[in-house]
Design a protein around this ligand. Structure first.
Ligand SMILES: NC(=O)c1ccc[n+]([C@@H]2O[C@H](COP(=O)([O-])OP(=O)(O)OC[C@H]3O[C@@H](n4cnc5c(N)ncnc54)[C@H](O)[C@@H]3O)[C@@H](O)[C@H]2O)c1
Length: 368
């Protein structure tokens, strides 16, 4: 198969969808790899490394999209890429339930859209969201710490406190991959941490591995309000797979929070779990509502592209190779997890949560 790797064009996105080692793996299976000139530079990977792995370097995104049967990306296509979409297999993060415009653009093409974030194993885990959630969760505390600094409009609190001065209180909504990683970094920095989830097993895991040092709380409206109003930093890390994030923190709760406290909504890529959230970028990551500093960068791992590129490609490569080796139909017939990744095919929505989000028709894929 001819496989293309374009340069990411979303604001300050420096990751790339394939490393030179990944390119070599495709070449080893007899596929052709086309990499856009400079695609890896943001992650410290140069064209010579891709060339040495056997990839052909093409001058621009137009050439990569036109040459390729499968495009591997990091982020969803945006404006300048819309006209390049034709009949390729598109393997990337799509987050369609939060993006009606892109959904309609994909439906108007013959693209097969396979979303990293909806590939789901039998135990309901999301293997291609996990590595980036791990990065975003750990980073959220680092970013939250900056938000609490006076220069950002924060309360001027050091997360760890110092001797004689208490540490910050960090409240985390959602104890999944990103939430648990945020939790362990916050604990490591010496914060007082509470974490909420609707899944008792997730809370039990955090309780057990933290030796009871983290306060675990069942997530419901009353408990969320009580915890958030006493927080210095709130991390939003909830997920209902493939669907928009539930708005757990209302405008009213934000208006009652301590002035100079901060919220980091990791779930912003699924619409955010706070009513006052709007997506921000790495160059202008924060804004203030009712005295509360808001951080809502939709591609947080882009801040640490090298770590993120290697973590992402470690997870995506085997699926991408499977698609290239067997074709979409062969690969998804053999792998139920990958089947769940197919969001759009032949102009139809094939992932029910996306169809539900826009009240559109859903077509179930069946290759049995
Ligand atoms: N902004 C970014 O750059 C970035 C990067 C990676 C992931 N994400 C996003 O972060 C979010 C979380 O991802 P994840 O991998 O940690 O998901 P996950 O599935 O591992 O965890 C989500 C958790 O939310 C819990 N949950 C669901 N509804 C809840 C509720 N009402 N109250 C409390 N908890 C609830 C679930 O039980 C689960 O434990 C997703 O929206 C994902 O797309 C964003």
């Amino acid at each position: 198969m001819k496989v293309g790797v374009p340069t990411e064009i979303k604001a300050e996105e420096n990751r790339v969808a394939l490393t030179p080692a990944g390119a070599a793996a495709f070449m080893g299976h007899g596929h052709d790899i086309f990499v856009q000139k400079g695609a890896g530079l943001g992650s410290g990977l140069n064209d010579e490394e891709y060339g040495a792995a056997g990839a052909k370097i093409l001058p621009n995104k137009e050439a990569v999209w036109a040459e390729s049967e499968m495009i591997i990306k990091v982020k969803e296509p945006i404006g300048p890429e819309f006209d390049l979409m034709d009949d390729q297999i598109l393997f990337t993060y799509l987050h369609l339930a939060a993006d009606e415009e892109l959904t309609k653009k994909l439906l108007a093409t013959n693209i097969i859209g396979i979303a990293y974030e909806t590939i789901q194993l039998a135990d309901n885990s999301l293997p291609l969201l996990a590595p980036m959630s791990e990065v975003a969760g750990r980073l959220s505390i680092q970013m939250g710490a900056r938000c609490l600094e006076a220069i950002s409009g924060g309360r001027g609190i050091l997360i760890s406190g110092v001797s004689g001065v208490p540490p910050a209180k960090v409240v985390i909504l959602g104890a999944g991959i990103s939430g648990s990683n945020a939790c362990f970094v916050a604990v490591g920095m010496g914060a007082r941490v509470s974490i909420l989830d609707i899944n008792p097993a997730k809370l039990k895991y955090i309780h057990d591995v933290s030796g009871g040092h983290v306060v675990t709380v069942m997530s419901n409206r009353a408990n969320i309000e009580e915890e958030v109003l006493s927080a210095d930093l709130v991390i939003g890390s909830v997920l209902i797979p493939g669907a928009k994030a539930p708005k757990l923190i209302t405008k009213e709760i934000i208006s009652k929070m301590k002035k100079g406290s901060a919220v980091v909504d990791i779930a912003v890529d699924q619409g955010g779990c706070m009513e006052t959230i709007k997506p921000t970028t790495h160059s202008e990551p924060i804004y203030i509502v009712d005295g509360v500093v808001h951080y809502a960068v939709a591609n947080m791992p882009g801040a640490v592209p090298r770590t993120s590129t290697f973590a992402l490609t470690n997870a995506t490569l085997s699926y991408a190779l499977d698609i290239a080796n067997k074709g979409v139909e062969g690969a998804v017939s053999d792998d139920k997890a990958l089947l769940k990744g197919v969001n759009v095919m032949n102009g139809k929505i094939t992932y029910s949560a996306v169809a539900d989000a826009f009240d559109m028709d859903y077509v179930e894929l069946d290759f049995s």
